[in-house]
Design a protein around this ligand. Structure first.
Ligand SMILES: O=C(CO)[C@@H](O)[C@H](O)COP(=O)(O)O
Length: 225
């Protein structure tokens, strides 16, 4: 996976048809998705449950782009290898999910996957400072994690500006997750983000049978930035 700073749109399959992940992934990729964002939730770290490594392994052959796995689970460390074996290109863990984030990031990189660090809306940018050489991506949550379709939290935009300044010329992506649509995407791109996760704003109005709205939605986000 080669680093580049262009704007990338990563549809979150949390808003896709759960009975049809393979076809949904193929449809959004055909309609212009750059990465596929996979939200893993455990009903403990976040108040919702989605799926685990077996589902990730099952969808992997359908993903031609980048499989971006966002772990909203605690503990994280016992499951890292399973998600790497499932074919994740990026594995992101939350700083709030345990006491040893440095060890977690090391363990992710040791698998060969890119290491992502996620920050909840209430977590300040400074927590990333000692970890900048250990991460390939920082995921700024712009909603409280757990559900799609929530309202973007505007106070998180300043955090993106601070992180971009901190990162300097390191090859670290800034990903935005939650409430991204054509009205909020320009704010975070201007602040220095390059990966936009979007669930409801991509999947709304479309289906596997009628994927054209997926393309229109992706182009609307791209055009907004
Ligand atoms: O991680 C999460 C939610 O916890 C996200 O990836 C959501 O799935 C984004 O959904 P929208 O806010 O774009 O609908």
């Amino acid at each position: 996976m080669k680093f580049d700073r262009s704007v990338k749109i990563a549809p979150s399959i949390l808003s896709a048809d759960f009975a049809n992940f393979g076809a949904e992934i193929q449809a959004v990729e055909a309609q212009g998705a750059d990465w596929i964002h996979v939200d893993v939730m455990d009903g403990h770290f976040v108040p919702n449950i989605t799926f685990g490594p077996a589902t990730c392994a099952a969808i992997r052959p359908h993903i031609k782009t980048v499989m971006d796995v966002h772990l909203m689970i605690a503990p994280v460390d016992p499951y890292i290898q399973a998600f790497a074996d499932a074919g994740a290109d990026v594995i992101t863990a939350h700083v709030e999910a345990g006491p040893h984030i440095h060890r977690t990031l090391q363990a992710i990189r040791a698998t060969g996957a890119k290491a992502g660090l996620a920050l909840n809306p209430g977590t300040p940018a400074e927590v990333a400072a000692p970890l900048l050489d250990m991460v390939d991506l920082i995921c700024v949550m712009t909603v409280n994690p757990g559900f799609g379709g929530q309202k973007f939290i505007h106070s998180c935009v300043q955090k993106v500006t601070e992180l971009r300044e901190m990162i300097g010329d390191r090859e670290v992506h800034i990903e935005i997750d939650g409430g991204v649509d054509p009205s909020t995407a320009p704010l975070v791109i201007a602040a220095g983000a390059d990966v936009l996760v979007a669930g409801s704003a991509v999947f709304k109005g479309g289906s596997v049978q009628n994927p054209v709205p997926y393309g229109e939605n992706i182009r609307a986000i791209r055009a907004s930035v």
